[in-house]
Design a protein around this ligand. Sequence first.
Ligand SMILES: Nc1ncnc2c1ncn2[C@@H]1O[C@H](COP(=O)(O)OP(=O)(O)O)[C@@H](O)[C@H]1O
Ligand SMILES: N[C@@H](CC(=O)OP(=O)(O)O)C(=O)O
Length: 855
Amino acid sequence: MTQESIVLENEFAVGNTTENKLAKQAIHVHKFGGSSLATAECIKRVLEIIRQHCQLNDIVVVSANGKTTDALFALYTQAETLQAEKLNADLSNESEAAQIATLSAELVQSVALLTQQQEQLISELLNENNANTISHLLRKDIEILTTWLSGDLALHHNDILALGEVWSARLLSALLNEQICPSNSIDAREFLVIENEQNCLVDYAISAAQLRQQRQFGKLAVITGYIAKDNRGHNCTLGRNGSDYSATIIAALVAARTVTLWTDVNGIYSADPRVVPNARKLHRLPNGVAKELGRLGNPVLHAKTLLPLVNPLSEHHTHLHVASSFDPQVVGTEIGKFGQIAKQELSVTYLNDLLIAHSESFIGESLLAAKAEFAPICLDEEQGYIVITQAQQKSLSQWLASHDTEVTFKPVSIIATVGHRVAEHGDIRARFKRSLKTAQPLCLANGENNHSLIAVLPEPCSIELLNNVHHDMTKDARHIGVVVAGLGNIGQRFLELLPAQLNRISLLENVHLVGLLSSKKALINNDGIDVNQALTMFEQSAHEYTNEQLLAWLSNHPYDELIVVDITPCEQFSLLYQDFFEQGIHVIGANKWAASSSSEKYQKLIDTAAANHSMWLGNTTVGAGLPINYAIKDLRQSGDEITEISGIFSGTLSWIFQTYDASVPFSTLLLDALAQGITEPDPREDLSGRDVQRKLLILARKAGFELDLSDITCQNLVPESLQGLSTQEFLAQASQLDSYFKEAFESANAKASCIRYVARLQCVEDDNNATNAVAKVKAKVSLEVLPRSDAFATLTPCDNIFKIESRWYQDNALIIRGPGAGRDVTAGGLHSDLVNMCQQLAHKQNKVTIKGINE
Ligand SMILES: Nc1ncnc2c1ncn2[C@@H]1O[C@H](COP(=O)(O)OP(=O)(O)O)[C@@H](O)[C@H]1O
Ligand SMILES: N[C@@H](CC(=O)OP(=O)(O)O)C(=O)O
């Protein structure tokens, strides 16, 4: 809930109707389309959205409920047919008289049905008193409608069509008054003046002044969409789906900050999701591209919707947003000014029932006049054609007749791929042509500002063609955002390697670095951070952040998928995984904390990730870049059962015991390792064995065992007397360690053996047939005495070794060995996880939900 809406709730709660304390706040326009107002249940949802998102000086714009405009159009056509039949009929002829009677009865029935639909909404939603009032008004309208239908129809064409919006606004406003806040409904014909119905050019000065008079202080205005008056005072409409345009006009009139188009789909998709199941949501759409999409038939964006928002002369900029009233918490599509990533989005749209008109008038100069007059879908100066709607045929013929030129018309359809300056990209043009395959386009044209490539087709565009073209144009289009947390040694190396990886691996083509986090500062850029200058950008532009701010951004990110790469050593950061998974965000973690947290927490993380289709990879939590996690996973996938995992899991302890030969005191060697950066700043963290214990727990869980850290016995190599000291004190007293290790070394040496810090997990024989996996496992990490010939005894200092025994690797264990730490191998391991994750994400299906279609 926004800050403003919290204020609103309180204000409504105390019933403050006399003063609008919020008048100075930015105005937001909310437009609810017919689909959002179709039933009583839908309208209740709208009330809830208004309660949560609106303040009193906002404006609500409504369309007619559901398909009411379609029904009014149908009434008009029915009445037109009836009048024509009456005119020509011979009423003395029985069958003709009967035909007229049938048509009349059908018309009466249709009016009754429409009345009944409205009555039902009224009675289901309003209390008795208010229902009576609104019902009374409805009946008066129906009486007038009946006279229009039997009178001069053409004269009342627009009066009839306007009723849907009038009823819808009146009902919603009454409901708001009854249940939410003071409200008044406004008929847009009282203030909105356009030049004429054909061009819909708004007289902004007059309209703004008249709207000011209509708005009532302290009341939420509910305004009819779709309708207006022309400058001769005639009622007119803004064309089908015109309420979106009404909303943006009204936004311009009051200098609103945002317009939200609430509809039945949670954003604009790369193709009509009702017929293209694989359509993906376009999270951010540049203004110009959105305008072109509207022009080429996208029903969510009326062709003119964008005009009032992108007025280059206006200093004011309104932000447009498309959201679903059925799913208000889901982030929809933002339309605005965006950078490179949003500009890469492609979508596919189509329009049937068009005409291609060929004429000499469309060659050369006179084409400009035709273009200005008819705003064709597309044209070609050299070939001399324009593509128009069927409705324009008559006026075009007349216009050409006055120019004394001939014209031929042929029915056509178009299919177009739309995206920022697509027509300027040879590769996209070639892909589009290939995708058309057998459709055999008559011609290919560039759209407005090169934001589309339009193929003119001789046949109606089929759903199959739409799906094929969409598939070919957008199959690689999923955009993946990457946030890197932890900019230490490994984090920096990860970023250094990133540009080359992105260049080299085509799978990563749509991967964008969008966030960098240190423990205190964050740099987030939805338009992408230049990977070649990531750290410099971070130093220059990062800001302090809180976890709340981070989570708020993450819940609104504009990517198909978001991956957080956790290269921090912090338990604190790992606590955010739960939130990440709840939001469907994926995690690649080098961080061991989450994977070795308590069974309860770990299981909750796994379950949350599964429920939200989040992925969690942590190849580098154990053994850095060594593929130990993958090996265990593979074995399990192959049907094998792991019975024993052992090895040397700590690079530090590997170095120490591989190097220690009692020739120098143990503490001298330890301080030397510290100086070389081989140990942690406090070497007790290594000597405690906790790190090895966590690693064994992680591998055990990967191998399918359920256990907790406390189920793994851990030998702490730091005696109790040194455990409570500060780091400095410990380092000063480290010689206390010397005698223990000297004795251990010499005693082993005497038996041709050596000492190594070993992790060991074994399945123990299960005499009681226990079903609990925990009972079957014995696990410990401790200093062991091993023969010098043992595989664990002959490591290169710092190397890790992992030995896996299983049903199928019983006699001859599977061994993985190599450096278990280091900048390159660890950063490389993280990159391997990134590629792996992107591979899996490439197969993830989109899920579009549309009320009434697939829900
Ligand atoms: N590319 C697209 N993206 C999103 N929705 C689309 C697209 N193409 C067609 N649609 C359809 O448009 C419908 C919304 O348009 P419309 O009927 O004008 O809604 P409203 O009644 O809310 O004004 C959605 O139900 C959706 O199925
Ligand atoms: N009711 C009008 C105007 C409109 O914009 O409706 P919707 O928002 O439901 O598309 C129409 O059906 O054309």
